[in-house]
Design a binder for this molecule. Structure first.
Ligand code: CUA
Length: 340
């Protein structure tokens, strides 16, 4: 039985190592690491992590060195009794090693942790922009309330500025985490939590759901795209526009197929009658980099596959398979491609 337990443990450890190397995301930005900070909040967290790491390492080295010292210099063969800790020469060790030294180390960690908590509560300057993110099983609704923009799974922010996030969920608990920009925070039903993100430089930062929320938890990702402030203003202006009307026969047919099918119950396209709220807003779907909440690159092939049967790609998601002929699908894809 003992042997069997050891084998089980070894198998579990190997499995953890193996799955630890897995990823389900599109390869655009690298796998994000909290130890590769790209903004002030994440830098604060990474510094705290390294401080705790080196303090822990120092304690480990000192304790191990003492232990080895005692083992190799104070061995008395045949002596079985433990030393009397009440003896005066041992008391000093007990006081220093058991009380004073741990108290100093724990006070230091408490001090630096509280200092980080306070720093993370307040951005360097008051945020000018607020973004609302609503968690859904298994995608992210993104709203810019001051600009009347709604999008999904892709969050544009101006680089170099703090941005305030208001976070909640439409169903179960999710957790909002952009490891390179800040710590994570839960999205809880009936409650709005807030967090600020600031990217020091323009770039693409991967975000993920950090709370198990069902079958497709691992495929609930998003991108935070930090752009220079003027490019951000242009992006907002473009996203505010309603969808353009179709200009040729195929795209007109594609729009008719969209508006005449079950698509409209779940998706909105501003500028048309489609105003469903259950799935992502598709007004500017063609401008997004990914599909299926950060798991596929957005192109005609993946969009076609997703439209016909996303259950093969992300089983259990809320989008049912569509029954379209080849020609209907091509017309629909032509129309969706105009939604830049
Ligand atoms: Cu949403 Cu895990």
């Amino acid at each position: 039985m003992k042997m069997w337990n050891q084998r089980l443990l070894t198998a579990c450890l190997l499995l953890m190592l193996w799955t630890g190397a897995c990823t389900t995301s599109v390869g655009e930005p690298d796998i994000p690491s909290a130890l590769d900070p790209q903004g002030p909040a994440a830098a604060n967290i990474a510094n705290l992590w390294w401080l705790l790491f080196w303090l822990g390492t120092a304690v480990f080295v000192i304790v191990t060195a003492l232990l080895l010292f005692i083992v190799f210099t104070h061995r008395r063969p045949g002596e079985m009794m433990a030393p009397d800790l009440r003896a005066p020469e041992h008391r000093t060790w007990v006081w220093w090693g058991g009380v004073i030294f741990p108290a100093i180390i724990l006070s230091l960690t408490l001090f630096f942790t509280l200092r980080s908590h306070i720093a993370l509560a307040y951005p360097p300057t008051p945020p000018a922009l607020t973004i609302e993110v609503i968690g859904h099983m298994w995608w992210w609704e993104v709203r810019y309330p001051d600009h009347e923009v709604t999008t999904a799974n892709e969050i544009y922010i101006p680089a170099g500025q703090p941005v305030n996030f208001r976070l909640t969920t439409n169903d179960v608990i999710h957790s909002f985490w952009v490891p390179e920009l800040n710590g994570k925070i839960d999205m809880i039903p009936g409650k709005t939590n807030s967090l600020w993100l600031q990217a020091a430089e323009p770039g693409i930062y991967r975000g993920l759901c950090a709370e198990f929320c069902g079958l497709q938890h691992a495929k609930m990702q998003y991108l935070v795209i930090a752009v220079p402030p003027n490019a951000f203003a242009q992006w907002v202006e473009q996203q505010r526009q309603p969808a353009p009307a179709p200009t040729d026969e195929t795209t007109r047919l594609g729009q008719q197929i969209f508006l005449g099918s079950a698509c409209v119950y779940c998706h909105a396209i501003r500028g048309t009658n489609a105003s469903g709220q259950l799935g992502p807003d598709l007004t500017h779907i063609a401008s997004r980099r990914t599909l299926g909440a950060g798991i596929l690159p957005n192109n005609r092939g993946t969009l076609g596959g997703w439209t016909i049967n996303s259950q093969h790609i992300k089983p259990g998601n809320r989008m049912p398979p569509m029954n379209l002929s080849g020609a209907e699908l091509q017309a629909l894809l032509d129309y969706l491609a105009t939604l830049q």
